[in-house]
Design a protein around this ligand. Structure first.
Ligand code: HEM
Length: 499
């Protein structure tokens, strides 16, 4: 009996081994047949994580791409990461293969702090994202809505002008970095909640928690890339900070929602979202977490990015007095002297102002690596094989300096945009500070409206020079690391009333 059982077992085992060998060979052959983008050599376990360079990854990745090319495959731990550093390949990701790359990766910090990525910017590509995106585009950020918040922008710009005038009267320097930050917080705070966050205890708590959130979202958490090291976050307190921050933000958002629920017919972001939330019959209804996640998106997306852009724009203007003079000449020529407010019609005519902002964003995109994308399926990009699950980082900072797209890329020269149709709306891939394609930024109109108005006012009403006798060529332009890349040191300047 025993012999009868053993005899078929041996050939079966042999057969399985042979089969396994064949399958492995076929698999290895097919994967070696794949043409992957160039990669720098990697280390075991950490892959290329050590090559990100300093704490400013856009710079480390830029240097690597100069050696390995504009489409480069890295590994962060075990996760494949595609780094795109040219307009040509950015177009491939955002146009040719837009749907394949319309997904976002999920990292622990985002999951914990942004309601399990139930917001617009981090949610997976699909029906849920489409629904939220259409609420944001059609209801919160439409041209008409942006227009309706003009009075808020005007009042806040007037307050900044008042503070600058006071400082100028006292011959003290203005901290433009801090001023731009409170301007964008207050404009978004009033548009979203109907009040300034800095005016209430709750609001100040929210602003502090938001600053923590921005910092934590900028941290590369090793556990996202090397899952068996995820325990490190539990030991070094990172996970606890995530939980605490998430709790604080949720508490404040809940209290704001409760407050706004008492108000009738408000026209602020929260009121509009509450209407959608309360209308349970509508197909597009949203739940409470989605509502809070969208509000967070508006803050994360619309405050720091805007203040950072203004900070870099004024830095470049102060470093280039002839550009500043030319801009002042344009703005003062368009807005009449006795006119209190710069109108939208005036702004439309300010071509040089628009060129100055574009040029500042080319050299200093506030989100230098945009917001990461994820390949949802295997795909070929210009003959290179990219596997499903690859994270895609588009280095807008590097693209803005690419010699293929730009003449004298290191020179600040707004004139390059005067006789050119290149814009940052996501169609010209050499200039993509707002990204592009179906996941491109829906906040461009709102962001531009605030930045143009305040910058026009500041150069119209004042003459500027750097504080502490710093010469324009000596201005420290170092960057500080984080989700948005600010100046490392605040921008201090002296204003005097325009003559
Ligand atoms: C100077 C200001 C701004 C910059 C530089 C900026 C930049 C960006 C970038 C790079 C992306 C990712 C695009 C992509 O993946 O292709 C993005 C997405 C987004 N931005 Fe902005 N943004 C700004 C202002 C705003 C404002 C004012 C709002 C709203 C109040 C906003 C809301 C969003 C949202 C909701 C998304 C996610 C879109 C999606 O995934 O479908 N942004 N932004």
């Amino acid at each position: 009996m025993e012999e009868i059982q053993v005899t078929p077992f041996i050939p079966m085992t042999l057969l399985s081994l042979v089969l396994l060998w064949y399958i492995t060979r076929i698999f290895l052959k097919s994967s070696s047949n794949k043409k992957q983008p160039p990669s720098p050599p990697k280390l075991p376990i950490i892959g290329n994580l050590h090559q990100l360079g300093s704490s400013l990854p856009h710079r480390g990745l830029h240097s690597l791409s100069q050696k390995h090319g504009p489409l480069m495959l890295l590994h962060f731990g075990s996760v494949p990461v595609l780094v795109v550093s040219s307009a040509e390949f950015a177009r491939e990701i955002m146009v040719t293969h837009d749907t394949t790359f319309a997904n976002r990766p999920r990292f622990k910090a985002m999951m914990k702090m942004v309601y399990g990525c139930r917001d617009v910017s981090l949610s997976s590509y699909g029906e849920y994202w489409r629904r939220l995106r259409s609420i944001v585009v059609l209801q919160l950020l439409s041209n008409k809505r942006v227009q309706s918040y003009r009075v808020i922008r005007e009042e806040e710009a007037a307050l900044v002008v008042k503070k600058v005038r006071e400082a100028s009267g006292n011959h003290t320097a203005v901290d433009l970095s801090a001023m731009f930050e409170s301007f964008s917080n207050d404009v978004i705070g009033r548009s979203a909640f109907g009040g300034k966050l800095s005016d209430s205890e709750n609001g100040r708590k929210f602003l502090k928690a938001m600053a923590d959130l921005m910092e934590l979202l900028g941290v590369i958490d090793i556990g996202d890339f090397i899952p068996w090291l995820a325990w490190i976050g539990r030991v070094n307190g990172f996970d606890r900070r995530l939980d605490d921050t998430a709790k604080k933000i949720d508490l404040v958002l809940e209290s704001v929602i409760q407050e706004r629920m008492q108000e009738e017919n408000g026209q602020h972001f929260v009121d509009i979202l509450l209407d959608i939330y309360n209308d349970k019959t509508a197909d597009a209804s949203i739940d409470r977490d989605s509502l809070k996640a969208i509000i967070l998106d508006v803050f994360v997306g619309g405050t720091d990015t805007v203040s950072t852009t203004m900070e870099w724009t004024m830095s470049e203007l102060l470093r280039h007095p002839t550009v500043m003079e030319k801009l002042q000449h344009e703005v003062r020529g368009i807005v009449k002297q006795n006119q209190e407010i710069v109108t939208d019609d005036d702004l439309q005519k300010m071509h040089y102002l628009k060129a100055v902002i574009k040029e500042a964003m080319r050299l200093h995109p506030p989100l230098p690596l945009l917001v990461p994308r994820l390949a949802s399926k295997d795909v070929q990009v210009k003959g290179f094989d990219i596997s499903a699950g690859t994270i895609v980082m588009i280095n807008a900072w590097a693209i803005g300096r690419d010699l293929v797209s730009w003449e004298k890329p290191e020179t600040f020269m707004p004139e390059r945009f005067l006789n050119s149709s290149i814009d940052f709306k996501g169609l010209d891939f050499e200039l993509i500070p707002f990204g592009g394609g179906r996941r491109g930024c829906p906040g461009i109109t709102l962001a531009s409206a605030g930045m143009e108005l305040l910058l026009a006012d500041l150069v119209r009403k004042f003459d500027w020079k750097l504080a502490k006798g710093v010469e324009p060529k000596d201005l420290d332009m170092s960057e500080s690391p984080g989700l948005t890349v600010h100046r490392a040191v605040p921008l201090l300047a002296l204003a005097s009333p325009a003559t």
